[in-house]
Ligand binder design. Structure first.
Ligand SMILES: [Zn+2]
Length: 144
């Protein structure tokens, strides 16, 4: 019985120490959490996969809707034919109006949710283009 209490007592002490340690060793804590998360994802391969891809999709849809959900058509090309295509929206590309969107996207290191949330907070800098208009813009503006 006393053994149980001692054990419990020790665990509380350990937790206390861990908390103090963590508050002064933030980097180590981050590393430990990353390691733990990595291991957890490995042992629970399906956990969160669906959720996070749903979340990423939601972030993208939020941006698409806010940007008008269709190509801004800067060169006045007839879009009516492919706007009827149900998968048309999936082809839309988010374009940084002043160029440099690719570099900016790279800064988010593949975290598309963060990237789309960033765009959502800077909507005035972005527009939607279909692939054709996007290429035309690139060619006309000599963007790389
Ligand atoms: Zn277009």
């Amino acid at each position: 019985m006393t053994n149980e209490i001692q054990k419990k007592e020790r665990r509380i002490q350990q937790k206390k120490h861990q908390k103090i340690y963590d508050s002064t060793h933030k980097e180590q804590k981050k590393e430990r959490m990353q390691k733990y998360n990595k291991k957890y994802r490995k042992t629970h391969p399906n956990y969160n996969k669906q959720n996070s891809s749903n979340y990423r999709r939601k972030c993208r849809i939020k941006v698409l809707i806010s940007l008008g959900n269709k190509c801004v058509n800067p060169y006045n090309i007839d879009h009516s034919a492919f706007e009827k295509e149900p998968d048309y929206i999936k082809c839309l590309q988010i374009d940084h109006i002043n160029g440099g969107g690719r570099k900016q996207k790279m800064a988010f290191k593949g975290n598309s949710a963060k990237y789309h949330n960033y765009i959502f907070n800077h909507l005035l800098d972005y527009q939607l283009l279909c692939p054709t208009c996007n290429w035309l813009k690139k060619i006309k503006n000599n963007e790389k």
